[in-house]
Design a protein around this ligand. Structure first.
Ligand SMILES: *Cc1c(COP(=O)(O)O)cnc(C)c1O
Length: 499
């Protein structure tokens, strides 16, 4: 393919993407294919002779789209949002076009320097403490990682090594393997599955402490576990607190947990993968009270901040323990400015790294910080609108709502809620997933797509209520039908959530 054809192919693809996203509402959010569907559509061998790019374009609707779950459909309400925005897509394109590998400052100075810059922009936008900023003379700093999972894992390794050093000083007679065998880490039973995985890979027991009835990890529970383990000769090394849990968007009590970690010398890692973006709005910052106790903080711009995956922002109060744990030198990686600038290969698992800062830079410049704030407030207000309308139908209960998440179920009980969810999934118009809250089965409704409007929320409500009508006696009231979008537009949209 020459550059002329690249321009044609590229432009055709941009058009395709824009048309796909413009018309995404016309597709069922859940695909209809069965496992193995693709084997019937694609040859078993790669073509011997190169094909024309137009042949690929015609295959998109035949081969790919039938098997796509449309994560950017306004009727996608499962999990958490995965970000998608035009400036970020263009940033990805440029990153691929430049195609540099930024393992050291010297291997592409712009790659490291733009990353240092956008990480500072993000830290300031979220109102994080200054100790996390990239600046010369500071012991802290931040980088872009591929995922929250990776971040939780690498911070665990840094915490492990820092703890081993500390214990060795205290008990010089102990061997490193003695100490390793006694390390223990903590999180709550509401932590994301990736936290458990970090413990598995690092071979350090990750204890899932019981959360309170609101899904929060409290100081008493943590302190009790730490003291018990210490008295049994174990060495607590790492606590993962969650701000915005995956199930119910619960917030651990940082300002209580933090002082315990500080006193015990335990590394405190904050997983704010989804909810972290909301801290761009000052009205949500009370939820990160105690952030100054964190040794590391992580959120995913690739979830709620409009930056396409992969983009997970990680900050450390002290980068040295991580660098010490990850530093491997070779003569071919050295350069004459070492020590003056960060070499980000020491901050991550891989050697190579993509130029991911471009998409963050583009997104923040095109939206502006006001645009990001408006996006969050708008999505949170749409969730409030959903809650407000659903609550009018007395067959439904809404036990909790937080940011872009609303938990609901049928008062008729778990069986009916499960049937409702099964039927909704069979109809493929909405994508929702369940979780447990206070001993009951609930459905998670998340405002995910950045295209979502009040009219889309009404579509989803209509679908949910229509399915409830099939399962149960239709409601006498039907109040929801009389609520129109104009009302939602003025009363709810862009109205921040106060707690
Ligand atoms: C989504 C999520 C994760 C996992 O994020 P990845 O970037 O996919 O690893 C971790 N923690 C929480 C709270 C999440 O919501």
């Amino acid at each position: 393919m020459n550059s002329e054809e690249f321009k044609q192919f590229g432009k055709a693809m941009i058009d395709y993407i824009a048309t796909y996203l413009d018309n995404i509402r016309n597709r069922d959010v859940i695909p209809s294919v069965e496992p193995g569907y693709m084997t019937k559509l694609v040859p078993e061998e790669a073509p011997t002779k190169g094909e024309n790019w137009r042949a690929i374009m015609t295959d998109l609707e035949k081969v790919i789209m039938p098997g796509i779950t449309h994560w950017h459909s306004p009727y996608f309400h499962a999990y958490f949002p995965t970000a998608n925005s035009y400036p970020a897509i263009v940033g990805e394109l440029l990153s691929a076009g430049i195609g540099c590998v930024g393992f050291s400052w010297f291997s592409s100075p712009a790659c490291t320097e733009l990353e240092m810059l956008v990480m500072n922009w993000l830290a300031k936008l979220l109102g994080l403490p200054d100790c996390f900023l990239n600046k010369s003379g500071s012991s802290g700093g931040g980088t872009i990682q591929g995922s929250a999972s990776e971040t939780t894992f690498i911070c665990l390794i840094a915490a492990r090594d820092r703890t081993i050093k500390r214990i060795k000083q205290k008990f010089p007679h102990m061997t490193e393997s003695d100490i390793r065998g006694r390390l223990v880490a903590y999180t709550s039973d509401q932590a994301n599955s990736s936290v458990e995985k970090a413990g598995l890979i690092a071979a350090i027991p990750m204890k899932h402490l019981p959360s309170n009835e609101y899904g929060k990890l409290t100081a008493e529970t943590l302190l009790e576990a730490v003291e018990k383990d210490e008295s049994n000769g174990m060495f607590p090394c790492y606590v993962v607190a969650t701000l915005g849990s995956t199930g119910t968007c619960a917030f651990d009590k940082l300002e209580e947990i933090g002082p315990i970690c500080k006193k015990e010398g335990v590394w405190l890692h904050i997983d704010a993968a989804y909810a972290g973006t909301a801290f761009v709005c000052p009205e949500y910052r009370h939820l990160m009270k105690g952030i100054e106790f964190a040794d590391s903080f992580n959120f995913n711009p690739h979830k709620w901040m409009l930056v396409n995956s992969d983009c997970s922002a990680m900050w450390l109060k002290e980068s040295q323990p991580l660098i010490d744990a990850f530093k491997v030198e070779r003569i071919y990686l050295r350069h004459k400015y070492e020590g003056l600038v960060p070499d980000y290969r020491h901050w991550q698992i891989s050697l190579g790294r993509r130029f991911r800062a471009l998409k963050v830079w583009f997104t923040l410049r095109i939206y502006g910080t006001d645009g990001i704030r408006n996006h969050i407030r708008h999505q949170a207000s749409l969730a409030k609108y959903f809650e407000y309308v659903l609550k009018k139908d007395h067959r439904f209960d809404v036990p909790l709502s937080n940011m872009g998440l609303v938990l609901f179920n049928l008062r008729a009980g778990d069986n009916s809620t499960q049937k409702l969810l099964n039927l909704l999934t069979e109809r493929k118009k909405l994508y929702l997933i369940p979780c447990h809250f206070m001993g009951k089965l609930v459905v998670r409704f998340v405002v995910c797509s950045r295209f979502t409007t009040a009219a889309d929320i009404e579509f989803s409500l209509r679908e949910i209520i229509a399915v409830a009508n099939k399962l149960l006696l239709p409601t006498q009231e039907g109040v929801w039908l009389h609520i129109d979008a104009a009302y939602a537009g003025t009363a709810f949209v862009c109205q921040g959530m106060s707690e």
